[in-house]
Design a protein around this ligand. Sequence first.
Ligand code: GLU
Length: 317
Amino acid sequence: MPKPPANPYDLSRLDLDDILGTINEEVRARFGEGEVADYIPALADVPKDRFGMALVLLDGTVHEVGDSRERFSIQSVSKVHTLTMALEAVGDELWKRVDREPSGDPFNSLIQLELEHGIPRNPFMNAGALVCTDVILSHYDDAEASLLEFMRARAGDPDIAMDPELAGSERESGHRNVAMANFLRSFDNLNNDVDEVLDLYFLQCSLGMHCVDLARSVQYLADDGRCGPSGERVTSAENATRINAMMMTAGTYDAAGDFAFYVGLPAKSGVSGGIVAVVPNVMGLCVWYPGLDEKGNSKLGKYALHRFSRMTDLAVF
Ligand code: GLU
């Protein structure tokens, strides 16, 4: 009888700490690769000698390595969480205002928005994220406090905070986002004051979290919409499935195809070098390395996830 293949979901076959240790060594040998996102003043000086990685299993067990407790501004990783909040607020009505197709264009592109009459291609493009932020502003009396509370509950960390100084510095230089928000407003696809939407958007990007926080914060996407730390149902199982699908097809800028090719996990990246990923039914993950590749994804973070998915055989394909 041929031996049956190993069950990929049986983690007892893996020494996860050993795997993380190997990846950590490989990444540290390549420190310095990639470029930091210097278009955001506060990110221009971040050293490229930091790497952290954390896994949070569905039972709450944490495996981590390197600089996994150093906080960084999560930037576009926040778009996963604001999409979830927007879906909870207005349900499928959201899809009248944002599409769910990959774009093939950079995250801050304005071209498609003009051609497609103000409907952003997906919630992970900046334009789509601005619509989600607008929905949150309309839905909550104190949107900023609600967003902060949501993040703290998802990560089980009451110390998570926004960084108004960082947000302000991006506000000063974020001309393209300002243009985009005004453009959306001109198509009647923002209901709130443009400045208020931008202020909250930059604040959500400035949230300071570390890899363990972030891995925990996406655990609900691995667990059919249930949050590990709070035990709450965050969203429906159907929405969790859909958000994972969008992370796979559009979560890593205009390199989502390449990400599926090399990593094979739903993931969302941010320009500060963080990437969250999900192994459905198994774990939430996060990697952080500040040097980016030409598409804006953490260069060694992507490499680390590639090695992880291959060493564990946990890619969804
Ligand atoms: N705050 C950044 C911006 O809007 C986030 C970009 C990103 O991480 O993709 O430009």
